[in-house]
Design a binder for this molecule. Structure first.
Ligand code: PNS
Length: 171
């Protein structure tokens, strides 16, 4: 059986971007990235370089951890970007963004960004429902729990867990 694209003789690469701060990457992020990798030819994980936001890990560290935890996927690439996501999309031939939705509380802001990105540059946003195992999980909570000596094993990849444990607690 041939697909519509094959019938048209098209070799278009189905590429999607999964943007975020990833400070640090959690098992929830990884779940979305791995499922997206099963659906698309190429998944670009784009790490936001946000100079104003205080982050625990540098962009280099975040990129390095993401590269390690996605190294088993042949079609996942880790990039960094600053400025508008739609400009990154235009520069990289990407027409769609994929986002995980954990709960209704995520929806309002995500919908606003999705509609704005479409309004600005016709960039589509696709929402993937988070695995219920991780619907309560966020990088912010991981950092807060770690800061006060709590255990986040099972919620982040092993490499991230050891990086968090190495990091001195911040106030
Ligand atoms: O992991 P985060 O911090 O929730 O990710 C948010 C992110 C990076 C996806 C969002 O802040 C973003 O796209 N920033 C880039 C700047 C931009 O394009 N802003 C306009 C959005 S309509």
């Amino acid at each position: 059986m041939t697909t519509a694209e094959e019938q048209q003789g098209s070799h278009r690469v189905r590429r999607v971007v999964c943007p975020g701060s990833f400070d640090p990457v959690t098992n929830g992020h990884l779940d979305i990235i791995s499922r997206a990798a099963g659906l698309y030819d190429e998944v670009i994980v784009a790490v936001l370089i946000n100079v104003t936001k205080h982050s625990l890990f540098t962009v280099d560290e975040r990129v390095e951890m993401l590269s390690q935890v996605t190294s088993n996927f042949g079609n996942v690439k880790i990039e960094r970007f600053h400025g508008l996501l739609v400009d990154f999309c235009a520069a990289n031939g990407i027409s769609a963004v994929i986002k995980g939705l954990r709960a209704v509380s995520d929806f309002e802001y995500e919908m606003q960004m999705a509609q704005m990105n479409y309004r600005m540059a016709k960039v589509e946003t696709l929402f993937m429902t988070t695995n219920p195992l991780y619907s309560f999980l966020s990088s912010s909570l991981v950092k807060e729990i770690t800061r006060y000596g709590g255990d986040v094993s099972g919620l982040v990849p092993a490499i991230v867990l050891s990086r968090l444990r190495e990091r001195p607690a911040e106030e």
